[in-house]
Design a protein around this ligand. Structure first.
Ligand code: KG4
Ligand code: ZN
Length: 330
């Protein structure tokens, strides 16, 4: 049996096909280039492009997997959190396919799917229980995961998500969108402590709006004094990124220790960040914790992670949704 996964929560129209954890296809078309000039995602543009691409992307995914619809036994679709209009395109499409093919479908929480991404193409048993960290453009959340149908939120950002803060600050510095990618590129390890920025420690929660304001004011102050050359910009941004990735890493490890859990699983676009990945590796090794990171190609939104989690929940937990399934922004 094969599972088809549909992801349309933001700007990516993505469809994946899996057999168990094995990814047979993962096809993504992003409307990102249409949003770039606005410096952020414009919901209406995202919705329209999902409508434009969804059928073709599905067709190509099946072709790549070398199967036709008759081999699909279950369809999974992200139904929360995300842009409601964008989610609605994927969910309506999944419902239509489910009716037409007479097969079940399952609404998948997009954040839980990110936590499944490290297990794609892996044969190992799921390392349950684990502490899950999702760091993306819309979320910075920590979960206690006893199983994929027993997930408890234990910490979250009280204001901006870390990807959001990267994007906003990068925009203020005139870098491209999405900013996280540019910050990752220009980060310099030797400048990581050049400036002193701090994020508050608030249990398992996060707050990134203070550090965002701090770097913006520092930039303006240096500009006024005519001290903002290219190398100072890199020093500012490296110190800023270092503090955020340190806070994210330390809070996740704190959660693992507090809940006496030996495994840490990460997912979401920000997990592509090279410094965050190396810091997570370094600190978990020191604490004798097992770390599970997704391959970089599965960090951003993708249909394969939705298909993988769908296969697991349908096959092992017999879960399925009905036609009343709604979409939710949170
Ligand atoms: O998971 P994702 O594709 O979409 C959401 O569900 O939000 O994450 C997108 C976010 C953006 O904020 C982007 O700046 C960030 O992930 N991102 C990165 C990197 N690649 C993408 N942040 C830091 N370093 C990266 N290499
Ligand atoms: Zn995401």
């Amino acid at each position: 049996m094969y599972a088809l996964g549909i992801e349309t929560s933001c700007d990516e129209t993505s469809v994946g096909v899996v057999f168990k954890n094995k990814v047979l296809a993962n096809v993504t078309v992003s409307s990102l280039r249409y949003h770039k000039k606005y410096g952020g995602i414009v919901p209406e543009i995202a919705h329209r492009n999902h409508l434009r691409f969804i059928e073709k992307v599905t067709e190509i995914a099946l072709k790549k997997a070398g199967i036709d619809f008759s081999k699909i036994k279950v369809i999974g679709v992200s139904f929360r959190p995300g842009l409601v209009g964008a989610l609605l395109v994927g969910v309506s499409f999944a419902k239509g396919l489910s009716l037409a093919l007479n097969i079940p479908f399952l609404g998948i929480n997009h954040l839980h799917a990110h936590l499944f991404s490290p297990f794609l193409n892996k044969k190992d048993k799921l390392p349950l229980p684990f502490i899950g960290l999702v760091a993306s453009g819309g979320h910075t959340e920590i979960f206690l995961v006893k199983d994929f149908d027993k997930i408890k939120l234990i910490g979250k950002t009280r204001d901006d998500a870390c990807g959001e803060v990267f994007d906003k600050v990068a925009r203020f510095f005139g870098l491209g969108f999405p900013g996280g990618v540019y910050l990752d590129r220009i980060y310099s390890y030797s400048f990581k402590d050049a400036f002193r920025f701090k994020c508050p420690r608030i249990g398992f929660d996060f707050s990134f709006s203070g550090i965002k304001t701090a770097i913006i004011y520092k930039k303006m102050e240096l500009e006024k004094k005519r001290e903002l050359d290219e190398s100072t910009k890199i020093k500012l941004l490296s110190s800023f990124m270092e503090e955020i990735v340190t806070r994210v890493t330390e809070t996740t490890i704190l959660a693992a220790k507090r809940f006496k859990v030996k495994n840490i699983v990460c997912g979401g676009g920000v997990i592509a960040n090279r410094r965050l990945r190396s810091l997570l590796r370094e600190k978990t090794k020191k604490e004798k914790l097992q770390l599970f990171l997704p391959e970089k190609r599965f960090t951003c939104d993708n249909g394969a992670m939705v298909a993988g989690l769908t296969f697991y929940l349908y096959n092992n937990k017999k879960l399925k949704s009905n036609l009343n399934l709604k979409v939710y922004s949170d």
